[in-house]
Design a protein around this ligand. Structure first.
Ligand code: PGA
Length: 248
Protein backbone atom coordinates (compact mmCIF):
# COMPACT_ATOMS: atom_id res chain seq x y z
CA UNK A 1 0.00 0.00 0.00
CA UNK A 2 1.09 3.60 -0.60
CA UNK A 3 2.29 6.04 2.05
CA UNK A 4 -0.15 7.04 4.76
CA UNK A 5 -2.17 10.18 4.05
CA UNK A 6 -2.18 12.55 7.03
CA UNK A 7 -4.87 15.14 6.36
CA UNK A 8 -5.57 18.19 8.51
CA UNK A 9 -9.08 19.61 8.51
CA UNK A 10 -8.73 23.11 9.94
CA UNK A 11 -12.52 23.64 9.91
CA UNK A 12 -13.51 27.29 10.60
CA UNK A 13 -10.22 28.22 12.26
CA UNK A 14 -7.41 30.57 11.50
CA UNK A 15 -6.69 34.04 10.19
CA UNK A 16 -4.10 34.66 7.52
CA UNK A 17 -1.00 35.02 9.70
CA UNK A 18 -1.69 31.84 11.69
CA UNK A 19 -2.65 29.80 8.65
CA UNK A 20 0.45 30.82 6.72
CA UNK A 21 2.70 30.15 9.70
CA UNK A 22 1.21 26.71 10.28
CA UNK A 23 1.53 25.74 6.62
CA UNK A 24 5.09 27.08 6.34
CA UNK A 25 6.12 25.35 9.54
CA UNK A 26 4.82 22.01 8.32
CA UNK A 27 6.40 22.38 4.87
CA UNK A 28 9.77 23.32 6.38
CA UNK A 29 9.79 20.32 8.68
CA UNK A 30 8.67 17.99 5.89
CA UNK A 31 11.45 19.30 3.63
CA UNK A 32 14.13 18.89 6.28
CA UNK A 33 13.40 15.27 7.20
CA UNK A 34 10.57 13.45 8.80
CA UNK A 35 8.23 10.57 8.25
CA UNK A 36 7.52 9.22 4.79
CA UNK A 37 3.86 10.20 4.72
CA UNK A 38 1.70 12.31 2.41
CA UNK A 39 0.79 15.57 4.16
CA UNK A 40 -2.40 17.43 3.33
CA UNK A 41 -3.92 20.55 4.85
CA UNK A 42 -7.51 21.68 4.28
CA UNK A 43 -7.86 25.31 5.44
CA UNK A 44 -11.08 27.34 5.26
CA UNK A 45 -11.86 28.85 1.83
CA UNK A 46 -10.53 32.25 2.89
CA UNK A 47 -7.05 30.81 3.48
CA UNK A 48 -6.74 28.63 0.39
CA UNK A 49 -4.92 31.29 -1.64
CA UNK A 50 -2.34 32.39 0.96
CA UNK A 51 -1.79 28.86 2.26
CA UNK A 52 -1.53 27.61 -1.31
CA UNK A 53 1.17 30.21 -1.97
CA UNK A 54 3.02 29.22 1.19
CA UNK A 55 2.94 25.58 0.09
CA UNK A 56 3.93 26.12 -3.53
CA UNK A 57 6.84 23.90 -4.50
CA UNK A 58 6.65 21.95 -1.21
CA UNK A 59 5.57 18.36 -0.59
CA UNK A 60 2.47 19.39 1.40
CA UNK A 61 -0.77 19.16 -0.57
CA UNK A 62 -3.67 21.60 -0.40
CA UNK A 63 -7.34 20.66 -0.05
CA UNK A 64 -10.67 22.35 0.62
CA UNK A 65 -13.46 21.43 3.03
CA UNK A 66 -16.44 21.44 0.67
CA UNK A 67 -17.56 22.24 -2.88
CA UNK A 68 -20.80 22.76 -4.79
CA UNK A 69 -22.16 20.06 -7.13
CA UNK A 70 -22.55 22.53 -10.02
CA UNK A 71 -19.65 23.86 -12.07
CA UNK A 72 -20.73 27.52 -11.90
CA UNK A 73 -23.78 29.73 -11.71
CA UNK A 74 -26.16 31.55 -9.41
CA UNK A 75 -25.30 29.86 -6.12
CA UNK A 76 -24.64 32.67 -3.67
CA UNK A 77 -21.99 31.84 -1.12
CA UNK A 78 -20.96 28.56 -2.72
CA UNK A 79 -17.65 27.50 -4.24
CA UNK A 80 -17.25 25.30 -7.33
CA UNK A 81 -14.71 22.50 -7.59
CA UNK A 82 -13.02 24.18 -10.58
CA UNK A 83 -12.38 27.26 -8.45
CA UNK A 84 -10.62 25.08 -5.89
CA UNK A 85 -8.56 23.41 -8.58
CA UNK A 86 -7.66 26.85 -9.91
CA UNK A 87 -6.20 27.74 -6.49
CA UNK A 88 -4.01 24.66 -6.46
CA UNK A 89 -6.18 22.27 -4.48
CA UNK A 90 -5.63 18.57 -5.06
CA UNK A 91 -8.30 17.30 -2.65
CA UNK A 92 -11.71 18.30 -1.34
CA UNK A 93 -13.57 16.94 1.68
CA UNK A 94 -17.26 16.23 1.00
CA UNK A 95 -19.99 14.95 3.31
CA UNK A 96 -18.26 15.81 6.57
CA UNK A 97 -20.63 15.12 9.46
CA UNK A 98 -20.60 18.81 10.39
CA UNK A 99 -22.09 19.49 6.93
CA UNK A 100 -24.46 16.51 7.06
CA UNK A 101 -25.76 17.45 10.50
CA UNK A 102 -25.22 21.22 10.67
CA UNK A 103 -26.45 21.92 7.14
CA UNK A 104 -28.81 19.01 6.57
CA UNK A 105 -26.73 17.65 3.69
CA UNK A 106 -27.99 14.31 2.47
CA UNK A 107 -25.96 11.58 0.83
CA UNK A 108 -27.41 12.34 -2.63
CA UNK A 109 -26.00 15.86 -2.40
CA UNK A 110 -22.67 14.49 -1.18
CA UNK A 111 -22.57 12.25 -4.25
CA UNK A 112 -23.14 15.29 -6.50
CA UNK A 113 -20.26 17.06 -4.79
CA UNK A 114 -17.97 14.06 -5.15
CA UNK A 115 -18.85 13.84 -8.85
CA UNK A 116 -18.17 17.56 -9.32
CA UNK A 117 -14.82 17.18 -7.56
CA UNK A 118 -13.86 14.30 -9.84
CA UNK A 119 -14.88 16.26 -12.96
CA UNK A 120 -12.63 19.11 -11.83
CA UNK A 121 -9.68 16.76 -11.33
CA UNK A 122 -9.83 16.88 -7.52
CA UNK A 123 -9.60 13.82 -5.31
CA UNK A 124 -12.76 13.66 -3.20
CA UNK A 125 -12.50 12.69 0.47
CA UNK A 126 -15.98 11.29 1.15
CA UNK A 127 -16.80 11.19 4.87
CA UNK A 128 -19.13 8.68 6.49
CA UNK A 129 -19.82 7.69 10.07
CA UNK A 130 -22.50 6.70 12.53
CA UNK A 131 -23.78 8.80 15.40
CA UNK A 132 -23.86 7.63 19.02
CA UNK A 133 -27.50 6.56 18.89
CA UNK A 134 -26.91 4.42 15.82
CA UNK A 135 -23.83 2.87 17.36
CA UNK A 136 -25.64 1.97 20.59
CA UNK A 137 -28.43 0.41 18.50
CA UNK A 138 -25.83 -1.79 16.75
CA UNK A 139 -26.44 -0.13 13.40
CA UNK A 140 -22.94 1.10 12.61
CA UNK A 141 -22.25 -1.15 9.64
CA UNK A 142 -25.75 -0.68 8.20
CA UNK A 143 -25.37 3.11 8.44
CA UNK A 144 -22.00 3.00 6.69
CA UNK A 145 -23.46 0.80 3.99
CA UNK A 146 -26.35 3.17 3.36
CA UNK A 147 -24.23 6.32 3.43
CA UNK A 148 -21.69 4.86 1.03
CA UNK A 149 -24.31 3.46 -1.33
CA UNK A 150 -25.85 6.93 -1.73
CA UNK A 151 -22.78 9.17 -1.39
CA UNK A 152 -20.39 7.54 -3.85
CA UNK A 153 -20.40 8.24 -7.59
CA UNK A 154 -21.23 5.35 -9.91
CA UNK A 155 -17.75 5.32 -11.39
CA UNK A 156 -14.80 5.26 -8.98
CA UNK A 157 -13.23 8.76 -9.02
CA UNK A 158 -9.48 8.87 -9.60
CA UNK A 159 -7.75 9.06 -6.23
CA UNK A 160 -10.96 8.61 -4.22
CA UNK A 161 -10.50 8.67 -0.44
CA UNK A 162 -13.13 7.52 2.07
CA UNK A 163 -12.91 8.79 5.64
CA UNK A 164 -14.60 6.84 8.42
CA UNK A 165 -15.42 9.33 11.15
CA UNK A 166 -17.71 8.12 13.92
CA UNK A 167 -19.70 11.26 14.79
CA UNK A 168 -19.44 10.58 18.53
CA UNK A 169 -15.63 10.63 18.26
CA UNK A 170 -15.30 13.97 16.46
CA UNK A 171 -13.95 16.70 18.71
CA UNK A 172 -14.95 14.78 21.83
CA UNK A 173 -11.68 13.19 22.88
CA UNK A 174 -13.36 9.78 22.51
CA UNK A 175 -11.79 7.49 19.94
CA UNK A 176 -13.01 4.28 18.39
CA UNK A 177 -10.99 1.27 19.51
CA UNK A 178 -8.66 -0.33 16.97
CA UNK A 179 -11.06 -3.29 16.92
CA UNK A 180 -14.00 -1.01 16.04
CA UNK A 181 -11.95 0.68 13.36
CA UNK A 182 -10.76 -2.61 11.93
CA UNK A 183 -14.32 -3.86 11.68
CA UNK A 184 -15.64 -0.66 10.10
CA UNK A 185 -12.75 -0.32 7.64
CA UNK A 186 -12.88 -3.99 6.70
CA UNK A 187 -16.56 -3.59 5.97
CA UNK A 188 -16.00 -0.43 3.92
CA UNK A 189 -13.19 -2.13 1.99
CA UNK A 190 -15.53 -5.00 1.12
CA UNK A 191 -18.27 -2.60 -0.02
CA UNK A 192 -15.82 -0.67 -2.20
CA UNK A 193 -14.47 -3.84 -3.77
CA UNK A 194 -18.00 -5.00 -4.47
CA UNK A 195 -18.96 -1.67 -5.99
CA UNK A 196 -15.81 -0.79 -7.91
CA UNK A 197 -13.98 -4.07 -8.37
CA UNK A 198 -10.20 -3.75 -8.53
CA UNK A 199 -10.37 0.08 -8.32
CA UNK A 200 -12.14 -0.28 -4.97
CA UNK A 201 -9.12 -2.01 -3.51
CA UNK A 202 -6.98 1.05 -4.27
CA UNK A 203 -9.27 3.54 -2.49
CA UNK A 204 -7.56 4.96 0.58
CA UNK A 205 -9.45 4.70 3.86
CA UNK A 206 -8.83 7.31 6.55
CA UNK A 207 -9.89 7.17 10.17
CA UNK A 208 -11.00 10.42 11.79
CA UNK A 209 -12.24 11.37 15.24
CA UNK A 210 -10.01 12.71 18.05
CA UNK A 211 -6.79 11.45 16.49
CA UNK A 212 -3.84 12.66 18.58
CA UNK A 213 -0.12 11.83 18.65
CA UNK A 214 -0.77 9.48 21.58
CA UNK A 215 -3.37 7.29 19.86
CA UNK A 216 -2.31 7.69 16.23
CA UNK A 217 0.21 4.85 16.25
CA UNK A 218 -2.21 2.08 17.12
CA UNK A 219 -5.00 3.49 14.95
CA UNK A 220 -2.73 3.83 11.93
CA UNK A 221 -1.32 0.33 12.34
CA UNK A 222 -4.84 -1.12 12.20
CA UNK A 223 -5.51 -3.13 9.03
CA UNK A 224 -7.12 -1.14 6.20
CA UNK A 225 -6.25 2.23 7.75
CA UNK A 226 -4.39 4.23 5.11
CA UNK A 227 -4.20 7.50 6.99
CA UNK A 228 -5.97 9.92 9.30
CA UNK A 229 -8.30 12.89 8.98
CA UNK A 230 -7.35 15.17 11.83
CA UNK A 231 -9.37 18.13 13.14
CA UNK A 232 -8.31 19.78 16.40
CA UNK A 233 -4.80 18.33 16.51
CA UNK A 234 -4.04 19.59 12.99
CA UNK A 235 -4.07 23.18 14.27
CA UNK A 236 -1.00 22.58 16.44
CA UNK A 237 2.12 21.94 14.43
CA UNK A 238 3.77 19.69 17.02
CA UNK A 239 0.66 17.54 17.39
CA UNK A 240 0.04 17.23 13.66
CA UNK A 241 3.68 16.39 13.09
CA UNK A 242 3.56 13.84 15.91
CA UNK A 243 0.64 12.10 14.21
CA UNK A 244 2.66 11.85 11.00
CA UNK A 245 5.61 10.45 12.91
CA UNK A 246 3.38 7.86 14.55
CA UNK A 247 2.14 6.84 11.10
CA UNK A 248 5.49 6.06 9.54
P1 PGA B 1 -11.23 15.94 15.48
O1 PGA B 1 -12.00 16.19 14.08
O2 PGA B 1 -9.87 15.39 15.13
O3 PGA B 1 -11.16 17.31 16.11
O4 PGA B 1 -12.04 14.98 16.26
C1 PGA B 1 -11.90 15.27 13.04
C2 PGA B 1 -12.72 15.71 11.86
O5 PGA B 1 -13.81 16.25 12.07
O6 PGA B 1 -12.31 15.55 10.70
Amino acid sequence: MSRKLIAGNWKMNGLRAQGEALARGLAERAAASGPDVEWLVCPPFTLLAPVGEALEGTSVALGAQDCHPQGQGAYTGDIAADMLRDLGCAYVIVGHSERRHGHGERSELVRGKAEAAARAGLKPIVCVGECERQRVAGKTLAVLEEQLADSLPDACPEGLVVAYEPVWAIGTGKTATPADVEQAHGHIRGLLAHRYGEAGRGVRLLYGGSVKPGNAGELLRTPDVDGALVGGASLKLDDFWGIGEAAA
